[in-house]
Ligand binder design. Structure first.
Ligand SMILES: Cc1cc2nc3c(=O)[nH]c(=O)nc-3n(C[C@H](O)[C@H](O)[C@H](O)COP(=O)(O)OP(=O)(O)OC[C@H]3O[C@@H](n4cnc5c(N)ncnc54)[C@H](O)[C@@H]3O)c2cc1C
Length: 395
């Protein structure tokens, strides 16, 4: 099995993490990315303890702690008044919040700029194999037989491998090739994001390192990144008009100003100081979790396998876990079929619960919870999410 060539389609956070894990297990890896240049959108990313266990297993903890921000206070606030109704000194640390002993206190909760993590992952893949990443390769189609997989790209290039993994994000073309057109529901929510330089804000605007502002049909989340010098800002509001799903659609700042004009001073100040060119908006879409991700030698990973809403801050974490578990499963198996079967068996249930949990959390935050979803979300346990270690979980 060690001489397998794994073709990864998509060089996002999931594809690059999988590449590193597979390289460390001794497999040959090629990563094929549609973009002509590697990069990530200008936005923040929280990495909860489970995601950091994935990074630790790849030897990246020390480097990540140099580029990340470790929050020490978090406030749950009223969107209209700004009054804190819940203060925590251990943001994201579910056990500590409940006064319980943490079985793995070394795995911390960090906040990052997406581009910083992405650059570190890409640099690590290239340090292992300078030729592993192929840019300007947009997936078009694949064929497979008993001997392998051939992937064709829109530029006419092809690559053959022993197996292929679609890591091509929430609107995955690989997923659609395997399972047909997606069924998507617009959930009636629109999100805006932006980056605020802390220096630009009037003194005293920011108190806690992270804040969640709850309001009826609207909410705001903001947290510090890059040594605490920048604020990652995200705002959500219920809207009936259909909005694009991509998260890089430039937004008119006036629309954001107007939507949140009646909110507390802290939110108003942050919106005022978002540079217009960093303001984007996108629509929230729901997809049902899938029971299987694999057909023969082709499978899925990250958002391609389990697109989820951002309300638990776990999408990237799940894609990192997938990469670590996939490499372990292939390493432990005697055949590709067995390896992919073990991978799905280890990952589908967990990612399904987190997908449902994220949808539940989003609707709950906005006071629009559906009864049926409440039932499905009963099994969701935030402690189990944090305690999971993809490098030791049975596969
Ligand atoms: C605003 C926002 C905030 C978020 N915050 C958090 C957070 O705090 N914590 C967290 O854990 N998660 C968060 N997430 C979710 C997280 O960003 C995603 O779950 C994560 O990026 C998934 O990684 P991925 O590699 O699966 O997909 P992506 O990051 O989308 O990467 C997919 C890659 O595939 C490439 N690609 C696409 N189509 C093709 C094709 N046809 N051929 C070749 N390449 C292709 C793309 O260019 C891209 O490079 C957030 C998401 C959003 C929208």
């Amino acid at each position: 099995m060690k001489d397998l060539h794994v073709v990864l389609i998509g060089a996002g956070i999931g594809g690059l993490t999988a590449a590193i894990a597979l390289q460390r297990a001794g497999f040959k890896v090629s990563v094929h990315e549609q973009a002509e240049e590697l990069g990530e959108v200008g936005a923040g990313l929280t990495l909860a303890k489970n995601a950091n266990k994935a990074m630790r297993s790849l030897g990246l903890t020390a480097k990540l702690s140099k580029i990340g921000f470790r929050p020490e206070s978090s406030g749950r606030k009223d969107l209209m008044t700004g009054v804190i109704h819940l203060l925590s000194s251990a943001p994201g640390d579910v056990r500590q919040d409940k006064g319980e002993t943490d079985p793995d206190p070394d795995a911390r909760f960090w906040m990052h700029h997406r581009a910083d993590i992405h650059a570190l992952l890409a640099e690590t893949v290239r340090a292992n194999d300078p030729d592993a990443i192929h840019l300007g390769h947009c997936f078009q189609s694949f064929t497979q037989d008993a001997n392998g997989v051939e992937v064709t790209f829109t530029n006419g290039d092809t690559v053959t491998g022993d197996l292929a993994i679609g890591c091509d994000g929430n609107r995955s073309a690989v997923r659609q090739s395997l399972f047909g057109e997606d069924k998507v529901d617009f959930l009636g929510y629109v999100a805006w994001r932006g980056l605020v330089p802390v220096d630009a804000l009037p003194d005293g605007t920011i108190d806690t390192d992270t804040s969640v502002f709850d309001g009826k049909y609207r909410s705001v989340v903001r947290y510090k990144i890059r040594g605490g010098k920048t604020i990652n800002f995200a705002a959500y509001a219920q809207k009936s008009d259909w909005v694009d799903e991509g998260w890089s659609v430039p937004a008119k700042k006036d629309e954001l100003v107007e939507e949140f004009a009646d909110t507390c001073e802290e939110v108003q100040q942050m919106i005022k100081h978002i540079p217009a060119e960093t303001c984007f908006r996108w629509g929230m879409f729901g997809r049902e979790p899938m029971a299987t991700w694999t057909v023969g030698r082709v499978s899925l990973l990250g958002d391609a396998a389990h697109p989820m809403l951002p309300f638990l801050g776990q999408g990237a974490g799940m894609s990192m876990e997938d990469g670590v578990v996939l490499a372990r499963c292939l390493d432990a198996a005697n055949s590709i079929e067995e390896g992919l079967h073990r991978y799905e068996a280890a990952r589908v249930e967990r990612t399904t619960l987190v997908t449902i949990g994220a949808r539940y959390n989003g609707l709950h935050m906005h006071g629009t919870i559906e009864k049926a979803l409440e039932e499905r979300a009963k099994e969701f346990d935030p402690i189990k999410i944090n305690d999971y270690d993809p490098s030791t979980v049975p596969v």
